[in-house]
Design a protein around this ligand. Structure first.
Ligand code: B12
Length: 429
């Protein structure tokens, strides 16, 4: 029996650098596939889907809601050819009823403990319409992902190998209002056995890694043990927030912490303090800046950018606050009649999809563009990125900031913003 797993493409955000990372969800699902099934993966972001293929089952992963419409198109194409389709992933779970209308079966939540059962039913041609385990997966059940099914040569940016993804835990005890994760993977922090994580990290072929956990600072003692255990792998990694207790920061740096994402919703002393502490430990900071909260008026944009520049933030990713389905924020906006539409392709944090409280949607959209342009006016994204690369290794400087690479921000190619035109052959790290 053969199963093909698909990761649908989605429209990239104009101002962001356009790159692809090897998807983790499908690689974990592949690892959960029993040996009686032959499994293969297509990430449509880097390779075309072969519609001529006739596997016994297609599994489609929808992580972002803006991926869902494409997931449904792919599903329809295979079902029309007589191939049963199972949908799974965070976005499919958060819009379960809609997803169920577009597939033979939907897997809600985690695949651990469920996927082998789906395959058994598929083999007997007795798929149920939906599958969901009652409890959350024990962290020991999370297998090492089958990344070898994804071709690393396809995941490069300007010739440099992109990061591999790794998870060390699931769930999040912080219930931040715009975040989907606690609702879907629980508010209990489930850490994988540290030995499993260290082994998996050591086995990665990429030198740089994105640790995708929601927040590593949820259990500071575990965090310190984790950092000690992963240090020998010699990788450089990026993550969501870590503890800023100085002892832990020193350990993080020794363990290879390169930069961390810092959510920023308002200019505050706490944000300033965190950035300074991380910089003191030679760890970079990329701000994920959310614009359009109920507290934000039309004056927020200028204040925000001035503040970020003054704090010396390394990189900023501006996002329009978005009520993603599955969050309490979405429910609140819907109840209040503040959603402008439910066109999921536009729920990507680049478009205004709800009525802000203290300004018009058009003003928010304009302010969002202003922030991108103003923050990167004096130092382009490419220059800032290059500076960040220099923090990890001089070896990468040439690949990223070579003088002959002419970087033209905002230049359009086929409707998309590009950074520069240089195309290089992938080089080993
Ligand atoms: C990695 C990541 C990214 C990467 C994705 C790279 C890649 N190739 O995968 C990048 C950096 C590109 C990214 C971008 C964005 N992201 Co993101 N991202 C994540 C993150 C941190 C991890 C996802 C992951 O790998 N998890 C680990 C795997 C193992 O879990 P999983 O995918 O859920 O898979 C499990 C199950 O869902 C299931 N499953 C999955 N697929 C399938 C398929 C089948 C057939 C079955 C049966 C089961 C199944 O089984 C797996 C094992 O249990 C999540 C947060 C999170 N913790 O999940 C946010 C998250 C998915 N991102 C989010 C957001 C908001 C964004 C951005 C919009 C942010 C921004 N403003 O830029 C952008 C996209 C913008 C754009 N248009 O380009 C939101 C989701 C929003 C939404 N509902 O659409 C999340 C949930 C973060 C959050 N806190 O809310 N992201």
């Amino acid at each position: 029996m053969r199963v093909r797993l698909l990761f649908p493409s989605w429209q990239r955000i104009e101002h962001q650098t356009h790159y692809a990372l090897p998807p983790l969800g499908v690689a974990v699902v592949a690892a959960l596939t029993p040996p009686t099934w032959e499994v293969a993966i297509t990430d449509e972001n880097v390779a075309p889907v072969d519609f001529g293929e006739r596997p016994d089952l297609v599994g489609i992963s929808a992580m972002l809601v803006c991926q869902l419409p494409r997931a449904f198109e792919l599903s329809r194409a295979f079902r029309e050819r007589g191939v049963p389709v199972v949908l799974g992933g965070l976005a499919a779970t958060s819009l379960a009823d809609l997803a169920a209308r577009h597939a033979d079966a939907v897997v809600l939540g985690e695949a651990e403990g469920v996927w082998p059962r789906v395959l058994e039913d598929a083999a007997r041609r007795r798929l149920r319409s939906s599958y969901r385990r009652q409890d959350l997966a024990a962290p020991e059940e999370i297998p090492p992902a089958r990344r070898e099914l994804l071709d690393p040569a396809r995941y490069t940016y300007r010739g440099v190998r992109m990061m591999d993804l790794l998870e060390t835990s699931r769930g999040c005890r912080f219930k931040c209002f715009p975040c989907l994760v606690p609702r879907l993977t629980g508010t209990c922090h489930r850490s994988r056995p540290i030995g499993d994580v260290a082994r998996e990290l050591g086995s990665l072929t990429a030198q740089r890694v994105f640790i995708v956990d929601n927040n590593l600072s949820q259990d500071p003692e575990h965090e310190r043990r984790l950092f000690n255990a992963i240090a020998p792998a010699g990788k450089r990694w990026v993550s969501h927030p870590i503890s800023t207790e100085p002892g832990t920061l020193a350990l993080a740096r020794k363990a290879g912490c390169w930069y961390v994402y810092q959510p920023i919703i308002s200019p505050s002393q706490e944000v300033r303090r965190r950035i300074a502490l991380l910089h003191d430990h030679d760890i970079g900071v990329e701000g994920t800046v959310l614009l359009g909260s109920d507290a934000h008026g039309p004056d927020v944009f200028e204040r925000m950018v001035d503040f970020l520049l003054e704090c010396g933030l390394d990189l900023a990713e501006f996002t329009v606050l978005t009520p993603f389905p599955g969050t309490a924020f979405f429910d609140r906006m819907k109840r209040a009649g503040r959603l402008l539409h439910e066109d999921w392709t536009r729920y990507n944090a680049e478009n205004v999809v709800f009525k802000p409280r203290r300004m018009t949607p058009a003003r928010l959209a304009q302010g969002y563009r202003y922030c991108w342009e103003r923050f990167y006016k004096e130092r382009s994204q490419a220059a800032r990125m290059a500076a960040l690369y220099r923090r990890v290794s001089g070896a990468w400087d040439g690949a990223i900031a070579a003088p002959e690479v002419k970087v033209v921000r905002g230049q359009k190619a086929g409707g998309k913003a590009v950074w520069g035109k240089a195309v290089r052959k992938p080089r080993p790290e």
